[in-house]
Design a protein around this ligand. Structure first.
Ligand SMILES: NC(=O)c1ccc[n+]([C@@H]2O[C@H](COP(=O)([O-])OP(=O)(O)OC[C@H]3O[C@@H](n4cnc5c(N)ncnc54)[C@H](O)[C@@H]3O)[C@@H](O)[C@H]2O)c1
Length: 323
């Protein structure tokens, strides 16, 4: 069983520790806060607790490090863990600059270590279903994809809506389309905290001609976590706010009837929702990481996908700032 150490024992770290304790041997707990260490130490008495990351890295029997600290600390901690020869699971995004992420990927490849960013939605059975619909050709050629991630709150001060919310949709859009964008444009505004955009609209265009859009906001009356895929034959929606109907497939499409040359009509048919397993995405994500730790990094696909996401975020940020 893999021996895992976790740094970052806050809100999200609680969920990660629960899963890694159940699926692996949680042997180290690390946090800058003595209160967090004490609280987690009581919950996981078999794990050693430390405020010193180097102490954890110095344990030669430790296989993997899980990083769930604030975003600006990810790159440095992941780099040190990879340099110490550990496999790394790091919350999203692993770095705030593409050059830093490239360095992490290089370190992982050179050392034969796993580097997996926490792109949770990629492990959501609903998103997996969307991917299956796209890859099987059931939707026909994909024309456009758009994401809505809006709510009133949680208002952040350290990272803008693009980095905080957009990283989720971006990882899924790139996963579904399977291309790097040739064009990345973002507009938005910082209404509440100087320099921290609360509302961001993004446009992506891909070499194949597919296009994508993201509306990201914590100043909105609607609570939406939705992704829509428009294909030439059918359309599909993943709605994470729905309890049962996570994915809906619409038999709706443009239609050019024979005999009426050049005239476009529309076709509407059934609307149905396939059964989506109720498995916890975070558990599936942790299981996937552990399988890579045991079986090897498998071409470093997760690390490279993480790099594609950071690269796109960086380009969108340049556009947002008027670059
Ligand atoms: N995948 C998801 O859906 C999801 C959801 C929420 C948060 N997250 C990610 O999880 C990460 C943590 O978010 P959170 O909401 O749990 O934050 P948090 O503030 O609740 O917890 C962060 C913890 O890290 C500790 N810490 C900070 N710097 C440290 C350092 N240098 N060394 C050791 N400990 C340090 C803090 O003391 C705190 O206990 C972020 O990267 C966030 O993006 C992911």
């Amino acid at each position: 069983m893999a021996r895992v150490g976790q740094v970052g024992l806050g809100y999200w770290g609680t969920n990660l520790a629960r899963n890694f304790d159940e699926l692996a041997e949680l042997t180290w707990l690390c946090d800058a806060s003595p209160e967090a260490l004490e609280q987690f130490g009581r919950r996981y008495p078999g794990a050693k607790a430390t405020g010193d990351f180097d102490e954890l890295l110095g344990d030669d029997t430790l296989d993997a490090v899980v990083i769930a600290t604030p975003v600006p600390t990810h790159y440095e901690l992941a780099k040190r863990a990879l340099e110490a020869g550990k496999h790394v699971f790091v919350e999203k995004p692993p770095a705030m600059q593409a050059a830093e992420m490239e360095e992490l990927v290089r370190l992982a490849e050179a050392g034969g270590r796993v580097l997996m960013p926490g792109h949770l939605l990629l492990y959501h059975p609903g998103v997996r279903k969307l991917k299956e619909l796209v890859d099987s050709g059931e939707l026909g050629d994909v024309l456009c994809v758009y994401g809505n991630r809006q709510n009133l709150g949680k208002i952040r001060k350290d990272e803008n809506a693009l980095w905080s919310l957009g990283v989720h949709d971006l990882s899924v859009i790139l996963f579904l389309v399977g291309e790097e964008p040739s064009q990345a444009v973002a507009h938005g505004n910082a209404f509440l905290t100087q320099g921290v955009e609360d509302v961001v609209f993004c446009y992506l265009r891909f070499p194949s001609g597919k296009i994508a859009h993201m509306h990201l906001s914590w100043l909105d009356p609607h609570k939406m976590r939705k992704l829509t895929v428009v294909g030439r034959e059918k359309m599909a929606v993943f709605d994470d706010m729905e309890l049962e109907r996570k994915v809906t497939i619409y038999e709706k499409a443009p239609w050019e009837p024979a005999g009426i040359y050049g005239e476009w009509r529309t076709r509407t048919g059934d609307i149905f929702s396939p059964k989506i397993p109720n498995d916890e995405p975070l558990r599936l994500e942790c299981e996937h990481f552990l399988s890579l730790v045991v079986n090897g990094p498998n071409g470093h696909a997760e690390a490279r996908d993480g790099l594609t996401v950071v690269r796109a975020l960086e380009r969108l940020t340049e556009s947002l700032r008027g670059g």
